[in-house]
Design a binder for this molecule. Sequence first.
Ligand code: 6PG
Length: 220
Amino acid sequence: MIEFQTKGRLEESLCDHIAEIMHLAIKEKGFTKLLLSGGGTPKQLYKRLSALKLDWSKVKIGLVDERFVSIDSPFSNQKMISEILLQDSAKDATLIGMVQNIENYTENLETVNKLYEELNEADVVLLGMGADGHTASIFPGDQSSIQCTQDQLPLIRNTNAPSEPKRRITLNKPFISNAKHIFLMITGDHKRQVFIQSDTEKYPIHSFKEDISEVYFTTN
Ligand code: 6PG
């Protein structure tokens, strides 16, 4: 766990680290793939990323998870990431959303599982964590979430959140763990305690501890 004095310094350091990985991947493979979380914590980081000078036409972005709402809903992770990240230099990046068929939750999942095959083995996954130890949309006490940490397939699942919007779509653990670099970004001492003390499946983040490349943390 790397602790920073301020959120701004954390974001600067993590942005530089992600930029370095992206530049190298584009140089080596001709493209780079990012899988990004929603929520409030990473918004300023995404703003920093959008200003990076690189060939964003070679950047493919997917979501770690999504709320099953229309993509113009204020709850939509795709909307947040489009409005904050896909601006400035980064407007040429490709973002593949997880809500392709708002009319049918089950059919949507089948479509997204096929679409996301090209995003497997991402270069970077950015995870957040809730105060209850959930990560992505893998929640404590939800049967479908439990299967995300136990089953290989399907790589993307519909899960149930304890609060609205309850219908979620999420990458499962194998999909996330296939990435080359997995960063967890958390703020506040309570989340640090939850992360450190998470020692059972009661806290979904526990399943990812060995896969996380680095935890970026600040109390502020
Ligand atoms: C989401 C996120 C979720 C988030 C945590 C933390 O869809 O909400 O992907 O997993 O990372 O809930 O959210 P905050 O950063 O807002 O605390």
